[in-house]
Design a binder for this molecule. Structure first.
Ligand code: MG
Length: 343
């Protein structure tokens, strides 16, 4: 009998359930040296991994960026490649120090566009005080690649006491977001579906979250943090709830969403909780400091930062949403294709 040939599908790369399962089976279960003692390793599937050296954890992360289109309101693939990588370091409590990048470009790609992308990368890294210390550059023949892929790896440091992981949530903690959600996802999705976003105020939130994390960390009491990128807030909170073995209860009316994102989601029947953010952090902090963190963020210009829910004992790994009309629904982890090439 013929063996059915399994093929990779877009859902395998969408950052949801299928990708998690594939990576566990394909890679994580096969690698014997997958981490260092007391460090964050492959199986933790956290935003960054760490190598402990004495009291310091060297923090490492890598991401490939394939966003389509490469230029969008609020950013471009170059800015995204730098901020996305820096943000994965920042949510570990780490200070980003340096990045290296690998660029693969399609033959025939406009030189001016490449210059714009590279200058955007350099400008963004400089603005964050992050060094670009190495890289690689390759060109592939026409049609063997769609325009450009940028892979960025980042290195940072964090002291052992200051290290923050996805698994640190404790019952009683408050869940904070540092700004409105879903803007990057909504913008890219609109552009991909041919909707002219020029006439709307829809724009990506693509930005560094280093400053916001620093403000949040100053008061102490931050137990967990993530950047809700692919799969949006729904994915980030499901991961945090699962790894921390707690239940998260969200208040729908408190989740900050811009009107244009809400309208767009209603129009297309999309849940904004699943739309990627590229400049927001979701933070779990002790209830004693949560309001102070929000106040400090608000004062520093993060005017939409707010508490959106809390952590409870109960159904481990579940994220519940108390809806505006008073019902409760489960916020499932994302499955299926979601949106390809969002980042
Ligand atoms: Mg992340």
């Amino acid at each position: 009998m013929m063996h059915e040939r399994k093929l990779i599908s877009l859902s395998h790369g969408a950052g949801g359930k299928e990708m998690g399962e594939l990576l566990r089976e394909l890679i994580i279960s096969k690698v014997k040296m997958s981490g260092f003692e007391e460090g964050i390793g492959l199986e933790d599937m956290d935003d960054s991994s760490t190598i402990p050296l004495g009291d310091i954890h060297v923090t490492v992360t890598t991401d490939s960026y394939t966003v389509n289109p490469v230029f969008f309101p609020g950013g471009d693939i170059g800015k995204l490649a730098v901020t996305g990588t820096i943000n994965d370091l920042a949510v570990m409590g780490a200070r980003p120090l340096a990045i290296v990048d690998a660029m693969v470009v399609e033959e025939g790609f406009p030189m001016d566009d490449l210059k714009r992308i590279v200058s955007s990368m350099i400008h963004t890294a400089e603005g964050e005080g992050v060094a670009l210390i190495g890289g690689d550059f390759k060109v592939m023949p026409r049609k063997s690649l769609d325009k450009i892929i940028i892979t960025t790896s980042g290195i940072g440091i964090v002291s052992r006491e200051a290290l923050i992981t996805d698994s640190g949530l404790r019952p009683g903690d408050k869940i904070i977001v540092t700004g409105t959600i879903g803007e990057h996802g909504a913008t890219i999705l609109a552009l991909q579906s041919g909707i002219d976003v020029g006439g709307t105020s829809l724009r990506s939130d693509c930005a560094s979250i280093v400053e916001a994390m620093k403000i949040a960390l100053e008061l102490g009491g931050v137990h967990a943090a993530k950047d809700p990128t692919r799969g949006g807030l729904a994915m980030a909170l499901n991961e945090m709830a699962r790894k921390s073995k707690v239940m998260i209860v969200l208040e729908e009316e408190k989740i900050p969403i811009r009107d244009e994102v809400r309208m767009y989601c209603e129009m297309l029947g999309i849940d904004p909780l699943y739309l990627a953010c590229e400049g927001r952090a979701v933070i779990g902090a002790s209830s004693e400091v949560a309001d102070d963190i929000v106040q400090k963020l608000n004062k520093a210009g993060y005017k939409d930062a707010t508490v959106i829910g809390e952590v409870r004992k109960g159904r481990e790994g579940y994220v519940l949403l108390r809806t505006v009309v008073g019902g409760i629904r489960i916020v499932e982890p994302p499955t299926g294709e979601l949106v390809p090439r969002i980042c």
